[in-house]
Design a protein around this ligand. Structure first.
Ligand code: AMP
Length: 209
């Protein structure tokens, strides 16, 4: 199954995707995670995108589209995938349509108050990318990932100034994709405000799993 996860930053896309990979047996492809790995590795791509990402802006379409096109050409995506954080603009969606079909788009319906609460407490494993929360989903040992023992950190773009910018960018450039995909009959709306177990149950239900 080829799925897109669409929603504002902090909607819980990555958290649900981490659970959905086991349910569906397909890879989770997060463009944000790919960019963060490139930054950590100080690769050419990482050096190019670091300042843009830290400021809460979008990486340019051409760079992002090339990256996803290359990733979707790999063998593990043939059975399907969960694309999280791509497309984020109409040109990205149009480019994607030219190189892959999509089965469904999960739209994470999330009020701004939930987004701010989640991003304000978000903690991420530097090694495996798993998301924790300082209050609602603490790791068992402070600063150590439950899953891979990696170091837990706060993303630079979860600082308040960057969060405001990311929300603005989401509304201006990404939210129009909801109508774009609704017109194609692909959107499934899910209420992303409850805790993750409730969202996982809803996800199974809407996909008939
Ligand atoms: P995320 O982990 O999805 O919140 O992404 C983190 C950051 O990576 C975003 O704020 C953007 O700067 C960049 N990014 C991720 N996906 C895209 C995309 N599809 N297009 C442009 N920039 C992206």
């Amino acid at each position: 199954m080829k799925l897109l996860f669409l929603g504002p930053p902090g909607a819980g896309k990555g958290t649900l995707a981490a659970r959905a990979v086991d349910i569906l047996g397909v890879p989770h492809i997060s463009t944000g995670a790919i960019f963060r790995s490139a930054i950590a590795a100080q690769s050419e791509l990482g050096l190019k995108v670091k300042a843009i990402i830290d400021a809460g802006k979008l990486v340019d379409d051409d760079t992002t589209i090339e990256l996803v096109k290359e990733r979707l050409s790999q063998a593990d995506t043939q059975k399907g995938y969960i694309l999280d954080g791509f497309p984020r603009t109409i040109p990205q969606a149009e480019a994607l349509a030219a190189f892959s079909s999509i089965d469904k788009v999960i739209n994470f319906d999330t009020p701004d108050s939930t987004v701010l609460e989640r991003l304000g407490g978000r903690r991420v494993c530097r090694k495996c990318g798993y998301n924790f929360h300082a209050i609602f989903n603490k790791p068992k040992n402070e600063n150590v990932c439950d899953h891979c023992s990696g170091e837990i950190y706060i993303r630079d773009d979860d600082r308040p100034e960057a969060v405001q910018k990311r929300l603005e960018v989401y509304r201006a450039q990404t939210a129009p994709l909801i109508d774009y995909y609704r017109q194609k009959g692909l959107i499934i709306d899910i209420d992303a405000s409850p805790m993750v177990d409730v969202i996982v149950a809803e996800f199974r239900k809407v996909l008939g799993l």
